[in-house]
Design a protein around this ligand. Structure first.
Ligand SMILES: Nc1ncnc2c1ncn2[C@@H]1O[C@H](COP(=O)(O)OP(=O)(O)OP(=O)(O)O)[C@@H](O)[C@H]1O
Length: 880
């Protein structure tokens, strides 16, 4: 079996590393030169590979020691081998590669001009003269054969000839070989069509050349599996099968591999690992849902499951179909052909300018089947297999910005934003929307940013319907829609009764709208009292900076749940009123649908005196009858990540700022029914505003630079406020920025905030929404508040271009591009001011040291361009 075949047969967990492979026997040595790139791997001949090593390292001791039987058997099979190769020697014409017919019989290596072999060979030498065969980096699939030309110069040639049969230790021969002067050695180079052929030739050579096969046997040799890309076959070689499948369905190419194999492995590893865990979670969690969520570790199943969960960019990273949470109605999500549209988000076309939504308040939440400008996210899932629109979105690849020295924020020249437009990628055939599928949607969830000091807390217990392996994704189930909720619920006028039909694909899509947030376990860290302390920290991962050493770390073990449901409930009770708030509010209409619950516009109609006192102590502003508020209703039993809700409430409660959505109060109506009352933001999310901007089009920027400057400045102020408190938001994107009719801009969604402490000034957890994630997060390195600055930069690009970079790419490729490209390039830099380009360059600076802080950003001259609030009126009109 060739090495690549052996490598293919091993499991993913056995896969450790690209190179270094041992040198072939001609130069036995324990000092292994690391290799990089696919054409630098060094295949060995067909030695068996034990994959029993617990450290994921394929180890074969004494593997170079052929026993006689093996050798004879092999020799019989390989008595003669011939085939076309490219050849060149190290002589005068050494720059010319020629096509030759190579023949290896029992005595000679011969090269012929053609396969008839009727002419004399152009080169022939005895196998006994071959002293070394090794793979070289000269060319792809290339090996070097070194032979001695003057046997007389070789002092122990006779001994060497005999050594084959002796099968003994011949260290002396090795020293003899190395003592040969270069004039008595000659090299030829052979390249083959592909890896497989190369291995076959290597097998033959090592079997037949006596000086190769009889060399001493290294002991305790470690062979790390190597992976390469064979451009001839267009396939990865030596790759675990399930990874191969993932790669096949992604758009990661051999070129990507060559450019940064470590990054490919990183994203694969992350992707696969979380998918695998997620699937098992899914299975646990969703045992009625047999169709798309059946447990399997295969990549194809991962893909299918991902597709099934594919909805919009805010799509949940949930393992089970949220529709099941939604109404206990097991509804498989639309299945997508993974070979085609897998991972392909579909963006709905912008609304025609004269289109008026039928419902004034966030119509997307009023029901799904209804066409509305704001319904793109939900429509996506329904339409993703049918609404294929050619796109002219350029596939913009980027250069990494690595400033050598710190420059003043205002003066950084945005080189990466020089004009550059690439041709349309033919693969970007789907007009994509913001909405995306979370590549980690199957991720195991561990408490992300949490409330308590107990960092390992994971309040979810199996008996609560949550699988034991802790998931890395919030899996907030949506509550029942009002008309289906339990008696006693406020009756909410529905403009389109029955529109939210959980049995429909649309409802599935709707219910699936959740954040793609990723969490990994963290160590327990002490934190300030009463502050949500993020609970997880990614296990220290091997640095994969070197291409030469692309490793696969062991799969993370899910952290043990340490916080019970009762503990969470107890914390929740500390921040909520334990009473039925129904009499206090008049529900007006549904304003939005989140993953964890529905948001309603309501009017305060009664303030109970003792309750008022409590509310006033919570809020600076007086509560008045008639106040419009937003109420988010959540069914706790449907929330796999209750701790995130507690987290969110605590952060909101402690973060009163003009650019942060104001928490007013929360009610635990019953043990299962939570109402969170917030200030109402009539303008909806920035995503809605971008999508419905009258200027939104293929070439136009949805927002003007002045409008962008205004919105970004306001968001930045909110972020600075958080950062001053050492809170990282970790999910900044247009979905999480709300506007009101006075053009006030506020950050929302604090479920995944993390608190940095003196003990922990960096985080390492994979959190956020992939397309907005900073490279350091994707690479699972330590990070700090500056990840929010990166996301702010991406959000600015959303406002400029309608969507974040790479949205047209499949998530795996997007992750790869984020990890490797660095600062994204703009589609139309030529039409932008220097100010905004400078601004973006300091937000989207890969080197965190040179990325601006929010404090620095607030002094940026770009903000001088900010428009007046009244200049946003046109953007808010779509709601009317
Ligand atoms: N304070 C608010 N005022 C007005 N509309 C709001 C408010 N909060 C949320 N919404 C609307 O409700 C929708 C859902 O909000 P929510 O915060 O529940 O969404 P989410 O962040 O996607 O979900 P989740 O937080 O449950 O993961 C938003 O897209 C927005 O349109």
């Amino acid at each position: 079996m060739s090495l690549s075949a052996a490598a293919n047969s091993i499991s993913e967990s056995d896969f450790q590393n690209i190179g270094p492979a041992p040198r072939p026997p001609a130069a036995p040595s324990n000092s292994i030169t690391p290799i990089s790139g696919f054409n630098q791997t060094q295949p060995i001949s067909s030695f068996n590979i034990n994959n029993t090593n617990s450290n994921n390292i394929i180890e074969k001791k004494n593997y170079l020691k052929f026993n006689t039987i093996d050798k004879n058997t092999r020799a019989m099979n390989l008595s003669k081998r011939n085939g076309w190769v490219s050849y060149k020697d190290d002589g005068l014409l050494s720059f010319i590669w020629q096509k030759r017919f190579l023949v290896i019989n029992d005595s000679y290596i011969s090269l012929y001009k053609n396969d008839k072999m009727n002419d004399d060979p152009i080169l022939q030498f005895a196998l006994t003269n071959v002293i070394s065969v090794s793979r070289t980096q000269l060319k792809q699939n290339c090996l070097e054969i070194i032979r001695i030309t003057d046997r007389n110069s070789f002092p122990s040639s006779n001994n060497l000839s005999n050594s084959n049969s002796s099968n003994g230790n011949n260290n002396s021969n090795n020293s003899n070989l190395s003592s040969l002067d270069s004039s008595s050695k000659k090299s030829i180079y052979i390249t083959t069509k592909n890896e497989h052929e190369l291995h076959a030739w290597l097998d033959t050579l090592f079997t037949k050349c006596p000086l190769l096969s009889g060399v001493s046997s290294p002991t305790n040799f470690t062979h790390k599996v190597h992976v390469g890309f064979d451009p001839e076959t267009g396939s990865f070689v030596g790759m675990p099968t399930n990874w191969e499948k993932l790669l096949k369905h992604s758009r990661i190419t051999g070129e990507d591999w060559n450019n940064d194999s470590a990054a490919v492995i990183q994203v694969l590893q992350f992707y696969q690992e979380y998918n695998d865990l997620g699937i098992s979670n899914n299975n646990n969690n969703n045992n009625n849902n047999n169709n798309q969520n059946s447990a399997s570790n295969s990549a194809s199943n991962s893909i299918t499951s991902l597709n099934n969960n594919k909805s919009n960019r805010s799509s949940p990273s949930h393992i089970k179909s949220p529709i099941n949470d939604y109404n206990n109605n097991q509804q498989p999500l639309p299945s997508i052909d993974s070979s085609k549209s897998s991972f392909q988000p579909v963006r709905h076309a912008p609304s025609p300018p004269n289109f008026k939504p039928q419902i004034s308040v966030n119509t997307r939440n009023q029901g799904l089947p209804q066409q509305s400008p704001s319904m793109g996210k939900y429509q996506n899932v329904i339409q993703q297999q049918r609404s294929i629109t050619p796109t002219s979105i350029t596939n913009f690849h980027q250069q990494q910005q690595q400033p050598q020295q710190r420059m003043p924020v205002r003066n950084i020249v945005p080189q990466q934003y020089q004009m550059q437009q690439k041709p349309v990628s033919p693969i970007n055939q789907y007009r994509s929307h913001h909405n995306m599928e979370n590549p980690y949607s199957k991720g195991p969830v561990v408490a992300q940013s949490i409330i308590q000091n107990n960092d390992n807390a994971s309040p979810i217990k199996p008996n609560q319907g949550i699988p034991t392996p802790v998931r890395l994704h919030p899996q907030r189930g949506a509550p029942l829609p009002p008309q289906q909720q339990a008696p006693g619920k406020p009756s909410v006028p529905s403009k389109s009764p029955g529109q939210i039909n959980p049995s429909s694909a649309a409802a599935a899509a709707l219910a699936m709208k959740q954040h793609m947030k990723q969490v990994t376990p963290t160590k327990q860290q002490p934190g300030p009292p009463n502050f949500p302390q993020p609970q997880r920290q990614a296990p220290k991962k091997p640095e994969l900076d070197q291409k030469k050493d692309v490793g696969v770390r062991k799969q993370k073990k899910p952290s043990k749940p340490t916080m019970s449901n009762a503990e969470i409930m107890s914390k929740l009770k500390q921040v909520t009123f334990n009473l039925d708030p129904t009499p206090y509010f008049r529900m007006i209409e549904k304003a939005g649908q989140g993953a964890s619950g529905s948001v309603y516009l309501a009017e305060r109609q009664q303030i109970q005196s003792n309750n008022l006192e409590m509310i006033q102590s919570t809020n600076e502003e007086k509560a008045h009858i008639g106040d419009k508020v937003a109420i988010k209703q959540m069914i706790l039993s449907k929330q796999p990540r209750k701790e995130l809700i507690v987290n969110e409430i605590l952060v909101m409660k402690d973060s009163r700022h003009k650019n942060i959505v104001n928490f007013l109060e929360a009610y635990l109506k019953t043990e299962d029914d939570l109402w969170v009352v917030m200030e109402f933001m009539e303008g909806g999310s920035l995503t809605d505003i971008i999508e419905n901007s009258p200027a939104n089009g293929e070439t136009n920027s949805p927002l003007t630079e002045g409008q962008i400057a205004y919105i970004v400045r306001e968001t930045c102020q909110g972020l600075k406020f958080l950062h001053d408190k050492h809170i990282i938001h970790r999910d900044i994107k247009s979905d999480n920025v709300l506007l009101d009719t006075r053009a006030r801009v506020k950050i929302t969604d604090f479920g995944f905030c993390a608190k940095l402490t003196d003990q922990r000034s960096k985080r390492a957890t994979m959190v956020g929404t992939p397309y907005w994630m900073a490279p350091e997060v994707v690479k699972q390195r330590e990070y700090d508040e500056k990840v929010d600055v990166w996301s702010l930069g991406i959000m600015s690009i959303e406002m400029l271009e309608g969507e974040p970079p790479y949205l047209n790419e499949d998530p795996l490729k997007a992750l790869y591009l984020i990890a490797t490209n660095g600062t994204p390039k703009l589609k139309h830099p030529e039409s932008l001011s220097l100010e905004i380009k400078r601004f973006l360059s300091v937000c989207l600076c890969v080197d965190v040291r040179y990325r601006a802080s929010t404090e620095e950003l607030l002094h940026h001259t770009f903000f001088n361009m900010a428009c007046e609030p009244s200049d946003l009126t046109s953007l808010l009109e779509w709601k009317n």
